[in-house]
Design a protein around this ligand. Structure first.
Ligand code: NAG
Length: 284
């Protein structure tokens, strides 16, 4: 076959199976909660979420995806954000057997560190919270938050730093999300009954409205419905050898986060789990 033609077919098949960075918010997403509290900015390339006493708000991807990597740049609420939660998560939207991968940014009083809570639901079971205090001010600038999800593991990244790894340990009978596609969601809401210092710090509504910003949406994955066998294709870049385990640099950064910035791990919470769940011993 003519080289150019085969190159063209290759590019065509790539663009059919893998979705990439959209130019605008509306290409991949829609507002799912309180349109009045969202605003597209920068020609639709970014979105502002607004929380006030009337409402929070949220958006979701139009498609669901099976495996891939999702990332966004987010700038969180500055100043006194206590009692607010800004979330970015993947969810299968299937009630009883829900799979879900959560980033939840828990606001704080001015000058106190933001906490990132992550959680993982596999086959309907969650309760796997971990918390990390961010080592920078996430309201001063945009930072990249990503979730990598392939057949080998799930990794949560803050910029280039892995803050959480959940390995596929199905061989040890530990559930791993892999049958259900998940949508991409974001919400900004009030949760002052639990979010900041366990609910002790309430929202100061005199500081409202609160604003969070999202941009550079990037979903690379297999849309479902979509091309058959996309998700099982070992040729997808996110399944490649460089993505099947942390590399040495990532492993070093991951250790650094866990030693210096992790403030809670369900695996070591003896009051909740006198016997820690099996995945806590399965290694990464
Ligand atoms: C808020 O700041 C306090 C004091 O530094 C800290 O203990 C807490 O982990 C921070 N985050 C939340 C969500 O409460």
């Amino acid at each position: 076959m003519n080289v150019l033609l085969s190159l063209f077919l290759h590019i065509l098949s790539f663009s059919l199976t893998v979705s990439g960075r959209p130019a605008t918010f509306l290409q991949d997403f829609r507002v799912t909660w309180a349109e009045s509290h969202t605003r597209q900015i920068d020609g639709g390339r970014a979105i502002q979420l607004i929380l006030d006493q009337n409402s929070g708000c949220g958006f979701a991807s139009k498609s669901k995806y099976l495996f891939g990597r999702v990332s966004m740049k987010i700038k969180l609420i500055p100043g006194d954000s206590a009692g607010t939660v800004t979330a970015f998560y993947l969810n299968s939207d299937t009630n009883t057997v829900r799979d879900e991968l959560d980033f939840e940014f828990l606001g704080n009083r001015s000058g106190q560190p933001y906490t990132v809570q992550t959680n993982i639901y596999a086959h309907g079971k969650g309760d796997r919270e971990q918390r990390v205090n961010l080592w920078f001010d996430p309201a001063a600038a945009f930072h990249t938050y990503s979730i990598l999800w392939n057949h080998h593991h799930i990794v949560f990244y803050v910029d280039e730093v892995p803050i959480r790894v959940y390995k596929n340990n199905e061989a040890k009978n530990i559930p791993f999300p892999k049958f259900q596609p998940m949508g991409v969601f974001s919400t900004l809401w009030e949760a002052d009954n639990w979010a900041t210092r366990g609910g002790l710090e309430k929202i100061d509504w005199s500081k409202a409205p609160f604003y969070a910003y999202y941009k550079d949406f990037d979903i690379e994955g297999c849309p479902v419905p979509g091309p058959t066998n996309c998700a099982a294709n070992p040729g997808n870049w996110w399944e490649g050898s460089g993505y099947q385990a942390l590399n040495a640099l990532e492993a070093r950064r991951y250790r650094w986060v866990r030693i210096n910035h992790m403030i809670y791990d369900y695996c070591t919470d003896k009051s909740r789990y006198p016997v820690p769940p099996p995945e806590c011993f399965a290694g990464i």
